[in-house]
Design a protein around this ligand. Structure first.
Ligand SMILES: CC(C)(COP(=O)(O)OP(=O)(O)OC[C@H]1O[C@@H](n2cnc3c(N)ncnc32)[C@H](O)[C@@H]1OP(=O)(O)O)[C@@H](O)C(=O)NCCC(=O)NCCS
Length: 185
């Protein structure tokens, strides 16, 4: 597999079915942690579920409609991020991410998102990149805020997370706003 190295320990790679077992194990171990903010955990109960998800993402990747990447730290999977949805007509990419609890607090996701933004504006010729975070998810919100995304508004009751409707903050970055390139990380 080909990787993009962010430093000597951290690298990003396209998520492939061969990662399904390790990615499922990490998801399962972090289930309660991730359930605070992510609504899909109950649909992932076996490694096969993870594999099916990866297969679906790869199909979308092939059509230029998604790009799902795995984050490795010292060759172990630490989390994932990517464009869950790419709108090729309007040149918009929707970015999402999660990191296992043990890898939090090291700036790893910030670096990974910055790289994904570069990929989006260069390889995918995006004009706009969007990140949506639950209003109270301050750790997630810190990422677009530190990379120069603009806070554009709030969507009320945007997502049903285990029976609770969460409001989302929408962050947007346009290709002529290259703040993320100059920010020292
Ligand atoms: C959201 C999430 C990815 C944030 O992870 P994170 O590790 O806090 O994010 P970063 O990689 O940007 O790291 C920032 C932290 O690393 C610290 N840090 C250490 N070294 C750093 C460096 N060189 N550069 C930047 N930050 C650094 C920062 O101080 C900050 O810690 P703090 O929050 O205690 O102040 C993670 O908490 C998560 O996956 N949560 C559950 C799922 C989720 O919410 N996903 C997003 C849905 S929108």
């Amino acid at each position: 597999m080909f990787f993009r190295y962010l430093d000597k320990d951290i690298k990003l790679g396209l998520t492939i079915p061969q990662y399904a077992d390790e990615l499922f194990e990490l998801t399962d171990k972090n289930r309660e942690f991730l359930k605070q903010w992510l609504p899909w955990l109950d649909s992932i109960t076996t490694p096969l579920d993870t594999k099916k998800f990866i297969d679906a993402q790869l199909l979308n990747f092939q059509q230029g409609k998604a790009l799902h990447m795995t984050i490795f730290c010292k060759d172990r999977i630490a989390g994932v991020l990517g464009y869950n949805q790419i709108d090729p007509v309007n040149c918009i990419g929707h970015l999402g991410y999660w990191l296992a609890r043990e890898y939090n607090g090291r700036g790893m996701m910030r670096k990974s998102v910055r790289e994904a933004v570069k990929i989006g504006f260069t390889s995918y010729a995006l004009n706009r990149i969007e990140i949506r975070c639950a209003v109270d998810n301050y750790k997630s919100r810190a990422i677009p805020e530190s990379l120069g995304f603009q806070k554009e508004g709030i969507i009320r009751n945007a997502e049903n997370v285990y029976g609770k409707y969460l409001d989302h903050v929408v962050y947007g970055l346009l290709k002529e706003e290259p703040y993320y390139e100059t920010k020292h990380l």
